[in-house]
Design a protein around this ligand. Structure first.
Ligand code: SF4
Length: 371
């Protein structure tokens, strides 16, 4: 598939490995064989830039230095230390997997591929990355960076994420793997994709394997891989209510208690999707039906904000609702408005909270009452 002559593959591998030894970035998870640390870095790096991950990674390890500490922690505490990184299902799965590792694997990250894959949140890529880097197990990784490098080396056209193409790329990656140095090999290919064979303007002049790259030879380096068809962005309006009692306390809920499913099970203000409807009327109805809050006056609009989640472009429309007392809702939290960052909340909830705190000094003094 990649059309590298078999006799030259050993040289290709040597070039990659010596380039990696010389040019790799100095990152906090480099140079460790500790599977917990490698696993944590791989999970944090999913969909997230290295620069954003570094401070979270270091802080997370200070608080949860090993898998036992993570397994013992309360979910809220884990999520609070993940807040800001996004994609919170990663943190929930990490926590669940830590518990399984402690209870079912005596605190050791499993060495067997199938056992690793059985852990929550661990797919083929993460299993191969952790097992190869921690244990030098012979599994090649394939992620977007690696796929791009391989596609350019073989001058492959077509959608790399198409299942049949992805399977071929997995086979090619496995064939190319330097089995005597799996961990370094995998990191070398990922590093090449991240720093030299970048999506735009690859720096072919600095590439250790330029000699074998068909895309470079054919003048296609910048054109491959072929652009994927983008999923169309959809516009959503999300209305949220910042209920505020005379003591400055507000109400935070989960999705199942009247929040939005967009923010998974993070703590959030009562909210609902009001796209294409009368936002105020819909939010007032939501507060009345779910929380028993009957509006006596108009909802006070707060500064709107934008928030993007994958293909959704969300317009956040927060409203301040002063209440004589907060409704009692099973599972909800009453907390000072200025203190909500102590809980795991999404960036969207932070934006809403900022709009509310910026406004509270000038908010009109009317009350909604319990129905
Ligand atoms: Fe990527 Fe250029 Fe190297 Fe080919 S020569 S692998 S396109 S950086």
């Amino acid at each position: 598939m990649l059309k590298i002559p078999a006799a030259e593959i050993p040289k290709f591998r040597r070039r990659m490995l010596s380039w990696f030894a010389e040019c790799k970035r100095d990152l906090p998870w480099r140079g460790t064989r500790n599977p917990y640390r490698i696993w944590l870095s791989e999970i944090m790096l999913q969909q997230t830039r290295v620069a954003a991950v570094v401070p979270y990674y270091e802080k997370f390890l200070e608080i949860f230095p090993n898998v036992q500490a993570l397994a013992r922690a309360r979910t809220d505490r884990v999520l609070a230390n993940w807040a800001g990184l996004g994609y919170y299902s990663r943190a929930r799965n990490l926590h669940r997997a830590a518990k399984e590792i402690v209870t079912r694997h005596r605190g050791h990250f499993p060495r067997e591929y199938e056992a690793a894959m059985a852990l929550p949140g661990i797919g083929r890529y993460t299993a191969a990355a952790v097992l190869s880097i921690a244990y030098d197990a012979p599994y090649a990784v394939l992620d977007g960076n690696v796929a791009r490098v391989l596609a350019r080396i073989g001058a492959l056209h077509g959608d790399l994420r198409a299942p049949s193409m992805w399977r071929k790329l997995e086979a090619a990656a496995q064939e190319l793997l330097a089995r005597n140095a799996s961990g370094d090999w995998n990191q070398a290919v990922m590093e090449l994709g991240a720093t030299v064979c970048t999506p735009k303007s690859p720096r072919c002049g600095e590439c250790p394997v330029e000699k074998w790259c068909r895309a470079r030879k054919l003048g296609l380096a910048e054109k491959l891989p072929s652009a994927r068809k983008k999923r169309a962005t959809i516009e959503i309006t999300l209305a949220a209510a910042v209920l505020l009692d005379p003591r400055g306390r507000t109400l935070l809920v989960r999705h199942s208690e009247g929040g939005s499913e967009l923010f998974s099970r993070m703590w959030q203000f009562p909210a609902l999707d009001t796209t294409g409807t009368d936002t105020r009327a819909a939010l007032a109805g939501h507060l009345r039906e779910i929380f028993g809050v009957a509006m006596k006056g108009a909802l006070t609009p707060l500064a709107t904000a934008r928030h993007a989640v994958t293909f959704r472009n969300i317009r956040l429309e927060p409203y301040l609702v002063r209440v004589a007392r907060l409704p009692r809702v099973l599972g909800a939290r009453m907390i000072g408005l200025g203190q909500i960052r102590r809980l795991p909340i999404s960036n969207a909830t932070q934006k809403i909270a900022s709009a509310a705190t910026a406004h509270t000094g000038t908010a009109p003094r009317w009350c909604a009452q319990r129905a």
